[in-house]
Design a protein around this ligand. Structure first.
Ligand code: PNS
Length: 362
């Protein structure tokens, strides 16, 4: 079996011996990615590969531009083969391996508020895993709004039409094997294009969120019907490995800070281009905060680039509250690391986590 396309195209993959292991046949794998890519973009996507086995599906996703794939499998031989395949295809740096049962891994991911653009699900046939796993994915909101789940299953074990907001959109049969593509149509709170509500994305690195950011979220909520606070996965800091908090930690801190702010605000994370994310969640406005004139040049450049990419998406600038004009995530981290008091500049939970990360012996 070989990688079909992308950066690792043509690389041979090791497979797993044994009666219990059923690697996806090449023609099914080819069909799977062709169905998937006709509707979704893998570039920049965060993908979860459940019952990963030798990793063939997740590695194909990485080869075709997925930003990160989290592989889940608990069998030792599978893990060894998976690691060897990742290394051989030179995609190991974009891979995370969770060596647990799928149930345990999903629980851990849910606790960490992880969310994925897509999930590859290829369990052993006819063991009741399809229903169980799809239900867990839906119950724990592990798939982002606009995301997908691709299931490979035996024709005798077809999945249901829907699991929560995950809806079956396409299915195809190849002998005894079948593919089923689910789309998470559950837009945050309201359905895209079925109402006239105004939806805005407030995007940023939020490493970590400050009271200045929160002030802006609250102002935006007064103007827009729905505000999606979107944590960028690929910021310049994260790319260089300099981010203090992981994407999941940042999302969890924002959720904690917003507490019961109401249904009008949703916290999410995204990979890839911001304008593509806006389309996925049905937002036509990007909100950015301006503290001072010095912010303007960078912001204007981004707004123009985003307009160049998608002219129907508009950037709107909102003025931050004057008391927050000097607050920035970068300065907050620097001051906290050097022992300065940042209380009042960041929410309580962020203050707590900053101390834990930056001054653990305190
Ligand atoms: O808080 P930040 O770091 O100023 O936010 C910048 C952010 C995350 C909004 C920007 O880097 C971004 O949109 N990243 C996603 C990737 C993208 O779309 N890049 C092109 C921007 S013009």
């Amino acid at each position: 079996m070989r990688v079909i396309a992308g950066s690792a195209k043509g690389r041979r993959l090791r497979t797993l011996p044994g009666i219990d292991v059923r690697p996806t046949a090449d023609r099914v794998k080819e069909a799977l990615f062709s169905i998937l890519l006709s509707r979704f973009d893998l570039r920049g996507a965060e993908v979860l590969d459940l019952f990963a086995g030798s990793g063939a599906l997740g590695i194909e996703a990485l080869s075709r531009g997925a930003q990160r794939v989290t592989f889940v499998d608990e069998a030792k031989p599978a893990l060894a083969t998976l690691r060897a395949n990742l290394e051989h295809c030179q995609v190991d740096r974009a891979a995370q391996i969770l060596p647990f049962s799928v149930g345990t891994a999903l629980q851990r991911l849910a606790n960490a508020a992880a969310r994925f653009d897509g999930v590859l699900l290829d369990p052993p046939y006819c063991r009741g895993q399809i229903d169980k796993t799809l239900s867990l994915l839906a119950e724990n909101s592990l798939v982002k709004a606009g995301g997908w789940v691709m299931v490979e299953h035996h024709v005798d074990e077809p999945p249901a039409q829907a699991y929560g907001t995950l809806r079956l959109t396409q299915s195809r049969r190849y002998g005894k094997t079948a593919l089923a593509l689910f789309a998470n149509e559950g837009m945050p709170q309201v359905q895209k294009e079925t109402d006239n509500s105004l939806r805005a994305v407030y995007a940023g690195s939020f490493d970590p969120i400050t009271n200045g950011h929160l002030d802006l979220v609250r102002r935006a909520m007064q103007v827009f019907d729905h505000v999606i606070v979107a944590v960028a996965g690929l910021t310049s800091d994260a790319q260089k490995g300099r981010a203090l908090f992981s994407g999941e930690e940042r999302v969890a801190l924002i959720r904690e800070a917003l507490g019961n702010a109401g249904d009008e605000v949703v916290v999410d994370n995204f990979g890839g281009l911001l304008v593509d994310y806006c389309d996925r969640v049905g937002a036509t406005v990007i909100i950015r905060g301006l503290r001072a004139v010095s912010d303007f040049e960078y912001e204007f450049q981004m707004a123009m680039m985003n307009r160049h990419l998608k002219p129907h998406i508009h950037t709107m600038f909102m003025a931050a509250g004057e008391t927050h004009s000097y607050t920035s995530s970068r300065l907050v981290k620097e001051v906290a690391a050097l022992g300065g008091d940042v209380r009042g500049l960041v929410p309580e939970g962020v203050h707590r986590e900053l101390l834990k990360k930056l001054r653990p012996s305190r």
